[in-house]
Ligand binder design. Structure first.
Ligand code: SF4
Length: 260
């Protein structure tokens, strides 16, 4: 039996909505009023991405089999694999991977988030060549700082753009997606990265996982999205499902697993 992987590549010259805004937030800079002594560093660091980087996404679909207490269980393959080719740049079929982990993801909120879903999509996204770009900054503190901020901004806005496009694609088929949920967020342990990486095998897009479950390059995002026949509120984040949100001091300020 085959497993199908889907890919999207985005050039860094792509007109991502909110790229500059997210860069400004990461660099703590008013992007409309960049001080003269920083302007060249901002432009140079951005040019490195335009010359050297691209954003790569790899994803695959799985059938949701069972929702347990603090765990969801899934299986290989489902009809989404045949249907979801509109937005993908390309797809590849491989023999089913002999995964050494049970096909399940653990997390307190997962049963609530995916309770109306029939399938899930696992995905990884990376800013290819980020490490090389960072090395090219050659210990220049300002250039490295802004290069880091551009990397975070690219990963975050590409992630949002990818999910929005996917949601549009599925909406045409009366399939509705949840927001993305990322290992390392509160109540979704980072160890879930292991199964995502073992299933997706993203080394062919330059992405690997360390023994401590950190992604290399660091400007990368991994996640899970649910697919349902019932309309989903894509703006809902983990805290919206959490019983602790009224008293939790970090409610709604947790960001992606990767601490981009
Ligand atoms: S409300 Fe607090 S504990 Fe609950 S998911 Fe959000 S940050 Fe985590």
């Amino acid at each position: 039996m085959n497993q199908t992987f889907f890919y999207n590549d985005f050039p860094t010259s792509y007109n991502f909505p909110r790229l500059n805004e997210l860069f400004g937030a990461q660099a703590q800079l008013d992007i409309e009023n960049i001080p003269d002594n920083m302007n060249d560093f901002v432009k140079q660091s951005h040019q490195l991405y335009l010359n050297k980087a691209k954003i790569c996404v790899k994803y695959a679909f799985y059938t949701l089999e069972e929702i347990c207490n603090e765990k969801i269980i899934f299986s290989y393959n489902n009809s989404e694999n045949k249907n979801s080719v509109l937005f993908a740049d390309r797809q590849e079929n491989h023999n089913m991977i002999d995964c050494s982990y049970p096909l399940s993801l653990n997390g307190t909120l997962l049963p609530k988030i995916f309770k109306d879903c029939h399938s899930i999509m696992l995905y990884v996204l990376t800013v290819c060549n980020y490490d090389k770009i960072y090395e090219m900054c050659d210990d220049d503190i300002m250039l490295s700082f802004f290069a880091d901020a551009w990397g975070s901004a690219y990963a975050e806005c590409a992630d949002s753009y990818f999910i929005e496009k996917l949601a549009e694609e599925f909406h045409q088929k009366q399939v509705y997606v949840t927001n993305s949920h990322n290992p390392g967020q509160h109540l979704f342990p980072l160890e879930n990265q292991k199964i995502i990486f073992e299933l997706l095998q993203p080394d062919n897009i330059g992405l690997t996982l360390t023994d401590s479950c950190l992604m290399m390059p660091s400007k990368s995002i991994s996640g899970i999205i649910g697919l349902s026949n019932i309309p989903q509120d894509i703006s809902k984040v983990s805290c919206d499902y959490c019983n602790l949100r009224d008293t939790c001091p970090t409610a709604y300020i947790q960001t992606k697993n990767n601490k981009l």
